[in-house]
Write a new protein. Structure first.
Length: 143
């Protein structure tokens, strides 16, 4: 009797495994062919070409100071280097204003987290639209 039960349980296990094997997904290899319309290909090619030709984009920087006083600029520069020794900055002079600009961001949204960080030390810091070299974006995103 015990032997009959073992045979029945073995049969049930074999039946269950057969059913599961039959229901298991099969590996199917497929090939997908994408047919590009000539107009779409032409537009994409132009887009890529323009991207390579134009090294600048309209982007954003953070202006941490803008002043007519050269001494205030020097104080801000020293303070910035003290707090952020590894971050590059640009000092510019558009008469009569001196300014320090930091970072290179593609969108205004990208600026916000870094701007908030700088505002704790430079409360007058603000986002600033600027022409930015595309190559700068990769460097500045390490802020």
């Amino acid at each position: 009797m015990e032997e009959n039960r073992l045979i029945k349980s073995d049969a049930i296990i074999i039946l269950a495994m057969t059913i599961l094997a039959a229901l298991a997904p099969r590996v199917v290899h497929a090939q997908v062919n994408v047919v590009e319309q000539p107009e779409v290909k032409e537009l994409m090619d132009r887009f890529v070409k323009l991207g390579k030709e134009e090294p600048y984009i309209d982007g954003w920087r953070i202006k941490i100071i803008s002043t007519t006083n050269r001494r205030d600029l020097d104080i801000a520069r020293s303070k910035f280097v003290n707090y952020y020794p590894d971050i590059n900055f640009v000092v510019s002079h558009e008469s009569p204003h001196y300014s320090i600009k930091v970072g290179a961001f593609e969108t205004r949204i990208d600026v916000e987290p870094v701007l908030n960080q700088f505002k704790s030390i430079f409360p007058t810091a603000l986002p600033y639209r600027d022409k930015i070299m595309k190559s700068e974006l990769f460097i500045a995103n390490g802020l």
